[in-house]
Design a protein around this ligand. Sequence first.
Ligand SMILES: [Ca+2]
Ligand SMILES: [Ca+2]
Length: 326
Amino acid sequence: MKIKKAFIKTVAIFSVFSILMPKHLISVEVRAINIPSPIAWQQNRESGAEVQRELYLPYEENWCDIPWNRGTETGNTVGAAGCSLFSVINSVYYKTGKFISPAIPAQFALDYGYRIPGVDGVGLGFFDAFADSYGEEYGFSFAGDTTSAYTALEHVRNGGTACSNISWHWIAVVDYDPETDMYLVLDSAQSCQRANNVTWTDRENGVLWLDEETLCQPSKNGYYGFNNRYSELLSFSYVEPVISYEIEGDVNGNGEIDVDDASIILEYYAKHSAGFEDFTFQDDPELEDIVVRFADINGDGSITVDDATIILEIYARESAGLLTNE
Ligand SMILES: [Ca+2]
Ligand SMILES: [Ca+2]
């Protein structure tokens, strides 16, 4: 894996850019991520959830062990029963780049009575209700449900996603490639027995492309067909985020100083300290120049732990309400 590509990938190229512009006027349109794409976030440790989290989302709570019991139940966790939640999480992440912390839908399901006891996840009403409450924040809406796999795939071809129930499991169908006539499926439990019955594109990250014939099979244990079972359809009106570099220290350009900025700086520092001088924030050299200047927040000409420390201090003070945005 090329470190540089894996670290930060520029998806949309900047629209307004000049290295001569002062820092606070520089506006670039990028989607900065250090995460494989596509990716299906995994629900439990066996399928690799903790590996993913530690690699890509180290500041997220370990979601696989979150207790998820209805009533007097004990022993259930999001990792064991959360595939329905992850069909939404993976749909939204694929389409918008926004990661919904699994604790949010898990608690929502408990609070509003959608949690079904045992390993069955949530009741069907969950998807509509959760979109009502969180759709605006995460850029999606509920577009109805269907028991026709053909209807669900049509929705996917039109830009939506389908959270689809297969036997004992929920998957997310999130994209269609007209050239190959295949559908992109994100599966939150790639280590399951059924997963031995398909050809994976990237099994470690739960990614597979399947054809219509496979997906439109009647659902039966061990297969991915979901006809005659429920698919919950999601729509997205989201547009690619415009990420502006306007604040010194905001290395990922999301408009705020946060822990992620410090983390990115520390990784950069660690790579360079280990001799990986070619390691960059961005592939584009001009954009790299901007990010380097924003990362060197103390202006001493190098990117070190000191810069990360300053960012963490700013973040801590802002979090405590001691700073106002200037
Ligand atoms: Ca930031
Ligand atoms: Ca510095």
